[in-house]
Design a protein around this ligand. Structure first.
Ligand code: IMP
Ligand code: MG
Length: 186
């Protein structure tokens, strides 16, 4: 499902205009339903939700408060280095402190774009011997995919545009916007 672009423009800064793609209310409603699904699927499994820093921190914070079963939370940090537009090398710059062996790991990311980041992290987690591994992403940009990735719990499919807000940044800015916006040069 591709959400409609709302014609509700507001200024994110002097340099950028942004069109709202997803309101805070739409995101909140989706997070409630994802939390319900995860609570149901992981009942009695004490899942380890593993957020991908930095972009997922807002989503993780809201999502865990919509999950009403026992769980643990940790984070992993990945950085991409692009030699060409389509071939990304991903380095893990911080790995979880909690052992992943025999845990039901749910990887939580903000957006799956080319797929390189999630693919690299999946390989790392699988190397640690988890009991199970699934992926939850707030946003999916399938038009940009290079590496196939299965998303088990998805918030929204978005068009192939650059988005900011709700944890997602452009040069470290706009993470604090409560909704999600398409960034456009002014
Ligand atoms: P990948 O291309 O799937 O490896 O995505 C790498 C990372 O780039 C994502 O986890 C995001 O943090 C970031 N990213 C991709 N698309 C966007 C976007 O539209 N806005 C902000 N960050 C993005
Ligand atoms: Mg990210």
């Amino acid at each position: 499902m591709t959400p409609a672009i709302h014609h509700d423009y507001r200024s994110a800064s002097a340099q950028h205009k942004s069109a709202m793609l997803l309101s805070r209310e739409e995101i909140a409603a989706k997070v409630v339903s994802l939390g319900r699904e995860i609570s149901r699927d992981y009942e009695g499994k004490d899942p380890l939700l593993l957020g991908v820093l930095k972009g997922s921190f807002v989503f993780v914070a809201d999502l865990i408060r919509q999950i009403d079963i026992e769980l643990s939370v940790d984070f992993i940090r990945a950085q991409s280095y692009y030699s060409t537009a389509s071939s990304g090398h991903v380095a893990l710059t911080a790995v979880p402190g909690i052992p992943l062996r025999d845990r039901h790991v749910l990887l939580v990311d903000d957006i799956v774009d080319t797929g390189a980041t999630v693919d690299r992290i999946i390989a790392y987690i699988n190397g640690q011997g988890p009991a199970s591994l699934k992926v939850c992403a707030l946003l999916d940009k399938p038009s940009r995919r290079v590496t196939p990735v299965t998303i088990d719990y998805l918030g929204f499919t978005v068009p192939g545009v650059f988005v900011v807000g709700y944890g997602l940044d452009h040069r470290q800015k706009y993470r604090n916007l409560p909704g999600i916006y398409v960034l456009e040069e002014a």
